[in-house]
Design a protein around this ligand. Structure first.
Ligand code: MOS
Length: 697
């Protein structure tokens, strides 16, 4: 099922690059529309309760204000089962910052000013926003995000732990962090003739179409969503949020006049989800040879009372290491907070922080080098399903990384290296991410009589390089040059496609394109003597079932190495060196692929040292809700970051042999840094982010 490759695997420059650097690539808010109205959110100032009175008179009286939407005058939605999207349908308040109104005005400034003039009175309830592991009301969700099982269990963990020669029992915690793509969420909505056209900054135009059609009781064909260029998306743009519904409501009210809504950076901290904080207890047992006999990973995390989201935090623990006795559990606290959502490698990112720190601690307890300890516990088959891996090169990544990083040169004793006031340390951790081959994408290819091939699929380029990578795949699948391909993506006018999420975009859309190309070539052979007739030929094909999917466990792996310097007198941490070695099947575009992995690692560094949405429990909002106080790693925070990709051939995953790389790079980075900080200082920080107060005794 594999295709010969020529364009695939090259470092083709981004095809959308010139348009982007020249400013002609239109992002959602920039599509030219005539005399738009501007929409601004009105948000609740309580975390729980109900509205008793809403006074819009002063706002409405402001010159330039067109209309104020509230729960009293807003259209009734046809579907309200997604409570996050069912805005302005009642007086109930489920979290601080929830949309309680929308002001439409002639300019964004007037809309914003008018929003401040709206007086809302509430009957406030006592709210509860604090995640703790000792809460009495923790509950077991039916399943986790993406359908993963809530709990798994094999053997007898408790007995194995009791009998183990070496034991570890530690709790690790990670911070609430927010999706903050460079381009905040934005929408232009125009309601014309029974349905809207929406320009949305989204990871999936069809996900937006489905939500808007359902909410307004429309046939999906009446809703068109356009999104050719997106300024970043880490998960918040994969699922629709309430801002799009509000924009559509406002457009419906103004029938015919375009409505523009761009979230402010501060609104990003209440409207579009976030990564749940986690509290993770890990228990490990090993024999005297350092072979794991028991692995238990028990997770406590939060969801919203309004809508359940259950992060799959312990799922990587189900496949990383061999041990006969094992269990993973997830328990949730439902709080008066906005619903959490997916953020780059949901679950795997916080889960691998805890697991890979615990493995580092356990290796030391067993008297083994952490790389040797991992190799000793490498499973021969997927530990929980028993299936063989379609390919698994974690050991190769560890070995190659150790060689390139100079791992053996470092004395593993903590606090063993001091250089002019800085403690220097090195750490290692593993990375992993599942291969989510997903059905539900369709590609159309039109062979023109003129030697050109138009490829249509409603895929997204969220900055990752989809325009380029899908063109490379199409060229190889059709056995033509990349110059002969005209790719069209980011529009529901094209065939249906899954969103860019779960690192599944390129592999799933690419498979649809390969399938359509194969059918097209066969049709040209059998019906047209191998030549494109002057009238052209068009073929449409869906992503087919992968017969290998149930035979193999399919995952990508990697090894991350970090060097840190910690100033002895202040606790200041600098990451001077990161090296990631990854095995993720065939890389479609080596340049954009490298960017994905570099970006993931940088985001992992940011998680390790900086990112932390601090909730003010008195009010239930994120106190540091802007870029002055929510720190994301910038160039000055990042030393040398290097990526190396192993040559991995996997004939089972899909016709390209690719595994997806959007998320792999962030997994394990924070643990490698925490492990390096421990090596440098002797202080084991089990609570992210690693701020300097945690390193001063
Ligand atoms: Mo990514 S968190 O699956 O959009």
């Amino acid at each position: 099922m594999t295709i010969p490759v020529r364009a695939i695997g090259t470092a083709l420059d981004r095809l959308d690059g010139p348009d982007k650097v020249q400013g002609t690539a239109a992002y959602a808010f920039e599509h030219p529309v005539d005399s738009p109205a501007y929409l601004h959110l009105v948000q609740s100032t309580i975390a729980a309760g109900r509205i008793t009175r809403i006074d819009t008179d002063a706002a409405t009286a402001l010159p330039g204000v067109l209309f104020v939407l509230t729960h009293i005058n807003a259209p009734r939605l046809a579907a309200t089962d997604d409570a996050e999207l069912a805005i302005l349908q009642s007086e109930q308040i489920a979290f601080r910052g929830q949309i309680v109104g929308g002001v439409l005005a002639a300019t964004p400034e007037i809309a914003r000013q008018a929003a401040t003039l709206i007086r809302v009175e509430y009957a406030e309830l006592v709210h509860d926003t604090e995640l703790r592991a000792d809460r009495a009301d923790l509950y077991k969700p039916q399943q986790l995000n993406a359908g993963f099982a809530t709990d798994t269990s094999q053997g007898d963990v408790e007995s194995a732990l009791a009998a183990a020669a070496v034991r570890l029992d530690q709790t690790y915690s990670t911070a609430r962090t927010h999706n903050n793509p460079m381009e905040p969420h934005a929408t232009i909505a125009i309601w014309n003739g029974g349905g809207p056209v929406l320009y949305v900054s989204t990871q999936g135009v069809f996900a937006i179409r489905r939500a808007v059609a359902r909410s307004f009781g429309l046939d999906p064909d009446r809703v068109r969503v356009i999104s050719p260029h997106v300024g970043g998306g880490f998960g918040s743009k994969a699922f629709p949020h309430a801002d799009v519904i509000l924009a559509a409501m406002a457009a419906k009210h103004l029938e015919g006049r375009p409505v523009k809504l761009a979230l402010t950076r501060q609104q990003m901290f209440s409207q579009v989800g976030y990564r749940t904080p986690t509290i993770q207890r890990i228990r490990l047992g090993a024999d005297t040879d350092g072979r794991l006999t028991a692995i238990a990973h028990d997770v406590v995390e939060q969801t919203a009372k309004l809508k359940e989201f259950a992060e799959q935090t312990a799922t990587p623990t189900r496949r990383m290491y061999a041990a006969e006795n094992r269990r993973t559990t997830h328990r949730l606290a439902a709080l008066d907070v906005p619903p959490p959502t997916i953020v780059r490698a949901p679950g795997v990112t916080p889960g691998m922080f805890a697991l890979e720190c615990a493995i580092d601690e356990m290796a030391a307890a067993c008297g083994l080098d952490p790389i040797e300890f991992r190799i000793r516990n490498e499973p021969t088959t997927d530990p929980e399903s028993g299936r063989p891996f379609s390919s698994r090169n974690l050991v190769g990544c560890l070995r190659e990384g150790a060689r390139q990083f100079g791992w053996q040169q470092h004395d593993r004793t903590a606090r063993s290296c001091r250089q002019s006031g800085w403690l220097v340390g090195t750490g290692v951790a593993a990375s992993t991410y599942p291969v989510h081959y997903r059905l539900g994408s369709t590609a159309t290819i039109r062979a023109g009589g003129n030697g050109r091939y138009t490829v249509l699929i409603g895929a997204a380029d969220i900055g990752t390089g989809t325009w380029t990578a899908l063109t490379q795949i199409a060229a190889d699948a059709l056995a033509v040059r990349v110059e002969d391909i005209d790719l069209r993506i980011g529009d529901t006018a094209f065939p249906v496609a899954i969103p860019a999420g779960g690192s599944s975009g390129i592999i799933s859309w690419g498979t649809a394109i390969v399938e359509a190309a194969g059918q097209l070539r066969r049709q040209l052979e059998t019906e047209h003597g191998g030549r494109v007739p002057s009238t052209g030929v068009e073929v449409t094909a869906d992503v087919p079932d992968n017969p290998h999917q149930n035979q193999f466990a399919m995952h990508s792996f990697g090894a991350q190495f970090a060097e840190v310097r910690v100033r002895e007198e202040s606790g200041e941490v600098r990451v001077t060196r990161l090296l990631g070695v990854f095995a993720a099947g065939r890389i479609i575009n080596t340049k954009t692929g490298r960017s994905q992995l570099l970006g993931g690692m940088t985001m992992g560094l940011s998680m390790a040292l900086h990112e932390n949405s601090v909730l003010d429990h008195r009010f239930g909002h994120v106190a540091n809700q802007d870029f002055a106080e929510y720190h994301i790693a910038t160039n000055a925070d990042v030393g040398s970051v290097d990526v190396h990709v192993l040559d991995e051939h996997d004939p089972y995953v899909n016709p390209m042999g690719s595994k997806g790389i959007g998320e792999l790079g962030i997994t394990g980075t924070a643990a490698a840094i925490a492990n390096a900080v421990h090596h440098a200082t002797g202080v084991r920080v089990r609570d992210l982010p690693i701020t300097l107060d945690k390193l001063l005794r």
